[in-house]
Design a protein around this ligand. Structure first.
Ligand code: AKG
Length: 266
């Protein structure tokens, strides 16, 4: 993570890293999803995420495909490769510290035209949230739950999808409902644009969510949440048999790094 990236992550609470996946890797991951379209769960009305805001309302829910790591071979391969990706490890070492761990399993988030948005959420101010936080002390950042989102499709200005309020991870004031519901001050909300193959990393402490999807081509993003090696947000899980040394290291349960915790240098 270079000095510019460090500055921007601290400033904004998120970072876009371009060209993490090759075009071929993007194609392979999209093919894996195409082969498993029948397993995508479209959120029904009773699981709606729009928080009842007319500005986030859509014609249908977003799509989710869980269990990506356990898809039949070879469809699981592109997602297993993302777990301890050599281009992402240096970022997570800086953001979460060495020995970081995968907290939630990766899942596909897909949005077709007119899919609903997601009520803005995050944990910034005024109370301390021991699971999702952003702290900077003695020249080092400390983050709780952190999202790594591999993009399998382009996201252009005006498409919708992931939005956040830059800098809100350091806010001391609760985000007003009118802003969380995308009713007011919309110019303060940043829609994150990026190309297929790039990765968006953001701290769960930053106020973020999604606005309805407007593009004719679907959005596809693979979200994995990581956390520091001593922390767990969701219950720990055993590392599966197929995992190699790198993958096992990010699937360790939470415990102190001084107890021979494995970690990745790169
Ligand atoms: O990328 C997005 O649509 C936001 C997803 C999100 O915040 C969530 O699923 O909790």
């Amino acid at each position: 993570m270079n000095q510019e990236e460090l500055y921007l992550f601290d400033l904004n609470g998120y970072l876009v890293i371009e060209d993490v996946l090759t075009q071929e890797e993007v194609t392979t991951a999209n093919q894996a999803i195409d082969q498993n379209l029948d397993k995508i769960h479209i959120r029904p009305r009773d699981q709606r995420l729009d928080g009842d805001s007319e500005h986030l309302r859509g014609e249908h829910g977003r799509g989710e495909l869980h269990g990506l790591l356990e898809l039949d071979s070879p469809w699981c391969d592109p997602f297993r490769l993302m777990l301890a990706h050599a281009k992402i490890v240096p970022y997570l070492n800086q953001i979460l510290g060495q020995g970081f761990r995968m907290d939630h399993h990766p899942f596909l988030l897909s949005m077709d035209k007119e899919a609903e948005g997601h009520l803005f959420h995050g944990s910034s101010g005024p109370d301390f949230d021991p699971n999702q936080y952003y702290i900077f002390r003695h020249g080092q950042m400390h983050n709780g739950l952190t999202v790594v989102a591999f993009q399998l499709t382009d996201v252009n200005e005006g498409d919708g999808g992931l939005v956040l309020i830059p800098g809100s991870h350091k806010s001391n004031i609760t985000c007003p409902d009118s802003i969380r519901r995308y009713q007011k001050h919309q110019q303060q909300i940043r829609q994150v644009t990026c190309k297929a193959g790039s990765v968006v990393i953001f701290t769960e402490a930053v106020t973020h969510g999604a606005i309805p999807w407007k593009s004719d081509s679907a959005r596809r993003s693979i979200l994995t949440r990581y956390t520091a090696g001593n922390l767990a947000y969701s219950p720990a899980y055993p590392a599966p048999e197929w995992a190699d040394k790198r993958q096992k290291s990010v699937m360790e349960p939470p415990y102190h790094s001084r107890l021979n915790r494995p970690f990745l240098d790169k």
